[in-house]
Design a protein around this ligand. Structure first.
Ligand code: GAP
Length: 438
């Protein structure tokens, strides 16, 4: 792995963002667990997304569907027949690769031999069996994308929530893909999370009708980069050519990010037309058309799909926030995303009155719904060092003076400047700083 990636992976483990999955059993290839700080960061990412795209708008409704759906869903969507990557195996060492990611005219990168198998098509859906009998009737799939439920549930959503087109459905949650090659930390996983929107629009009469919505979503995605603290100078739009687009898409733009291992996909924006709803109408035998309440026109809605991977967002945020100089390493996370907004320290550990006062301050901040962490390890310098690496924007220290004048020191992560603040004004002070830092 590249130097910066090594640093990120090691910081992520050291500070409780991401651990190798099942590590005490020797791990599991490319499986990662989010630790306490990582869980907070990931939750903040998903909450921010939900706030921006669902709660902050009046044209998007939320959904939380089952991960295992009727297998016919995946037949209708085209995933059973078409969701595959070209696989090639080295017959000498039996390592498997994506044929489109290596040069099969060269030797195997693992063993140095040149003895390739035929290229086969490998389906990415993760298969399982439901119930006690493992046969073809009990086959089911873990969802390969969160998108499909938003088509399958559209009829119920519209019946229970009278909405006029255009409007969207949003869902966040796990998706599973039996990727042939994984790697680069959180970049390509077999189990990952998505945040997706299916934005349903009337059947376009001209190209401009769908292009207007497409442009709207393209701008929204750029706004998101800024909101989440993803370095927009590292983002590149990549128009996917006709012959490379997914089977359902009439136009796709990938938003690519400059990862240390190359410029690769972060998010996607696709015009899926009426492909999915038509397929589900055909396979389910149900009428999935929409009737315009004003004109009475009946049609299958078309859809624009902006899609975000949570794990890649997490990685892009860490890479964008990472800063180091000769004295310290800092994760310059946006305060709204930082795992903890404040860390509270007693200056020394062996003075019960200071610890008691610091606990009071800590619990007071917590009671005001500020996400705080307690830190009394090592000396104050080590605690600042640790909190900088976690990305905690402000550290509050309770010291000897606090006992007589009820003031504390507030130290700023980015400038390392300290200020004396009265405990009575502490919440207000932190909230003001957080608003300023947006
Ligand atoms: N519903 C459309 C769809 O699933 P996709 O480009 O296959 O499109 C959407 O996936 C997003 O999900 C990607 O842009 C990426 O952020 C994330 N993603 C896809 N495969 C992934 C994997 N194996 N590991 C981590 N994230 C992945």
């Amino acid at each position: 792995m590249n130097d910066l990636m090594d640093k990120i992976v090691s910081l992520a483990k050291r500070r409780g963002f991401v651990f190798p999955g099942s590590e005490i059993y020797g791990g599991l290839s490319n499986s990662w667990d989010f630790g306490p700080a990582g869980t907070e960061l990931k939750k903040n990412i998903k909450d921010l997304w939900w706030k921006m795209f669902v709660r902050g708008r009046d044209d998007i409704l939320g959904l939380d569907s089952a991960i295992i759906m009727n297998p016919k869903v995946w037949e209708a969507s085209g995933h059973v027949s078409g969701f595959s990557d070209p696989l090639v195996e080295c017959k000498a060492c039996h390592n498997r690769f994506r044929a489109d990611q290596i040069d099969i005219n060269s030797k195997c990168q693992e063993c140095g031999q040149k003895n390739w198998s035929e290229t086969k098509s490998f389906n990415l859906l993760v298969k399982t069996y439901l119930g006690s009998v493992e046969d073809s009737k009990s086959v089911a799939y873990l969802r390969g994308e969160t998108a499909q439920a938003m088509f399958v549930d559209l009829k119920n959503i519209l019946t229970s929530n009278p909405k006029k087109l255009p409007f969207g459905v949003a869902q966040t949650g796990k998706a599973f893909r039996n990727e042939i090659t994984t790697g680069n930390f959180l970049f390509r996983l077999r189990e990952f999370e998505q945040m997706e929107i299916e934005y349903f629009i009337p059947k376009p009469k001209t190209d401009k009708d769908w292009q207007t919505h497409f442009e709207h979503w393209r701008k929204e995605m750029w706004k998101w980069f800024d909101l989440a603290g993803i370095d927009s100078k590292k983002i590149h739009e990549h128009e996917i050519p006709d012959d490379e687009r997914a089977h359902y898409s009439k136009r796709t733009i990938d938003f690519e990010f400059d990862y240390p291992f190359g410029q690769k996909e972060l998010y996607g924006l696709a015009y899926r037309a009426d492909y999915d709803l038509k397929q589900h109408q055909k396979f389910s035998g149900q009428d999935l058309s929409y009737v315009d309440p004003e004109t009475g026109e009946k049609f299958i809605p078309h859809v624009i799909e902006p899609t975000w991977g949570v794990d890649r967002t997490f990685l892009a945020i860490l890479l964008s926030a990472y800063y180091e100089d000769d004295k310290r390493v800092v994760l310059k996370l946006k305060p709204r995303l930082a795992p903890y907004i404040v860390a509270v320290f007693p200056l020394v550990r062996n003075k019960p009155e200071i610890t008691k006062k610091a606990r009071e301050v800590f619990l007071h901040l917590k009671s005001q719904s500020l996400s705080c962490v307690w830190d009394d390890r090592g000396n104050i310098g080590k605690r600042y060092y640790a909190q900088d690496e976690i990305g905690t924007p402000w550290c509050v220290t309770v010291d000897y003076d606090t006992l007589s004048d009820d003031t504390v020191t507030v130290r700023d992560r980015d400038t390392a400047k300290q200020e004396r603040v009265a405990i009575g004004k502490l919440v207000e002070n932190i909230e003001f700083r957080a608003r300023q830092a947006r």
